[in-house]
Design a protein around this ligand. Structure first.
Ligand code: HEC
Length: 145
């Protein structure tokens, strides 16, 4: 009995490590994985443009003054910086880290976070959800910055 204990303990520790490893691997994402997801969705909807996503379209979308949303938030730049390299500001004045991946390398890697904010912000700015193409273009632009 005495001798077995260390083996059992080692087994438990190994199992815990394996579980932790698996969990983080399953949860970990990347901007590239987000792009793949939106590309798949765009294909399914038959709206993926020839040539795929475009940083140029993403830039235009980011800077545009949209209609259909809340009058106080006509543009992504209302809260995010004038350019993705700038620090933005919430409506209550709290700073928002830059959107450019080069400045904020942790962005666009947590699918839940990305989807939550796209939904919320697209509704505020456009009065509707963003399409997979708009999301893909947006992230493509941010990766390029
Ligand atoms: C009313 C203010 C506001 C507006 C307008 C706004 N955002 Fe945001 N956005 C935020 C806040 C606050 C966060 C969360 C804080 C953070 O991630 O630093 C956020 C986060 C995000 C994220 C998550 C990024 C990540 O870290 O993974 C995405 C994507 C995003 N916004 C896209 C957009 C797009 C696209 C638009 C324009 C259609 C837009 N936002 C307009 C306030 C805004």
């Amino acid at each position: 009995m005495k001798r077995k204990t260390p083996f059992i303990l080692a087994g438990v520790v190994l199992q815990a490590m394996a579980l932790a490893g698996m969990t983080s691997a399953a949860l970990a994402g990347s901007p590239q994985e987000m792009l793949k997801r939106y590309e798949q969705q765009a294909k399914e909807q038959g709206i993926l443009p020839q040539g795929g996503f475009s940083a140029e379209r993403g830039k235009a979308f980011y800077e545009a003054r949209h209609t259909g949303g809340k009058p106080a938030t006509p543009s992504c730049t209302t809260c995010h910086g004038k350019t993705p390299l700038d620090v933005g500001q919430t409506r209550t004045g709290k700073p928002i880290e830059p959107m450019a991946l080069s400045k904020s390398p942790k962005r666009y890697s947590d699918p839940e976070k990305v989807e939550k904010w796209f939904l919320r912000n697209c509704r505020s700015v456009l009065g509707r959800e963003c399409t997979p193409v708009e999301k893909g273009d947006f992230i493509t632009f941010m990766i390029s910055q």
